[in-house]
Design a protein around this ligand. Structure first.
Ligand SMILES: C[S@@+](CC[C@H](N)C(=O)[O-])C[C@H]1O[C@@H](n2cnc3c(N)ncnc32)[C@H](O)[C@@H]1O
Length: 208
């Protein structure tokens, strides 16, 4: 669920019989289909759908393993988790943020903006507990690896990601990048190290 252009669906396709890949974005699903054609992958069925949709009406059905990785983007987490649980025969995996997730607090602070990344994994753990599901939790931590072709490329990507709107904000972001971007092997990256942590929540159907 929330497969995007197949970050997980493509590598998993070789290891399973069939994948049912759902996303709200038709653009992402078209990209996934293009990648499947190029790679000669024939076992991924795509369907356009959202958390908010009626999954029975969409024909989502049941699947051995259900995965929602970094895609639980909804106003109603409880309903989304219940839908994942219902769609799974054996196991559910949900990957979600810990703390700030991938968002860079330094940039928000420089812009004088409040960073509100939304509820993190512990909220989902508690919701699941209330639903009678004791989820296992694992963490993946990595150093930020984003690098850019040039300072202008960094500005274009970051200003669109954090939706920089005023000229003042654009100037502040440019001067922040001037102070913090360093060039390493012809790529540009932030001078400060940043650890990003993801939580993987998972549970087996028979244990819940
Ligand atoms: C950050 S990507 C995650 C992609 C991939 N699963 C991964 O882990 O790399 C989030 C995906 O969730 C999808 N998404 C956002 N809101 C959604 C919604 N309400 N219903 C279904 N999918 C949604 C987006 O279109 C996007 O493809």
């Amino acid at each position: 669920m929330g497969c995007a252009a197949g970050t997980l669906a493509i590598p998993l396709a070789k290891r399973v019989k069939k994948i049912f890949a759902m996303d709200i974005s038709g653009t992402m699903l078209n990209l996934l289909q293009e990648r499947c054609s190029k790679l000669n992958i024939n076992n991924i069925l795509t369907i356009q759908g959202a958390w908010e949709d009626d999954w029975d009406a969409l024909g989502v059905g049941e699947h051995d393993v259900v995965i929602a990785s970094r895609s639980l983007i909804t106003e109603n987490f409880e309903s989304a988790l219940a839908k994942l649980n219902k769609a799974a025969r054996k196991r559910v995996y949900v990957t979600t943020i810990v703390g700030d997730g991938p968002h860079d607090r330094h940039i928000y602070r420089a812009l004088g903006r409040e960073l509100n990344p939304g509820p993190d994994y512990i909220y989902l753990c508690n919701l699941l507990y209330r639903m009678g599901i004791r989820a296992n939790v694992n963490f993946i931590t990595h150093e930020e690896q984003n690098s850019y072709e040039s300072p202008e490329d960094a500005f274009a990507i970051l200003s669109s990601k954090i939706e920089v709107i005023t000229t003042e904000e654009a100037d502040t972001l440019r001067s922040f990048l001037k102070n913090h971007l360093v060039c390493h092997e012809e790529r540009w990256m932030m001078s400060y190290p940043r650890k990003i942590c993801w939580a993987i929540l998972w549970w087996d159907k028979e244990e819940t």
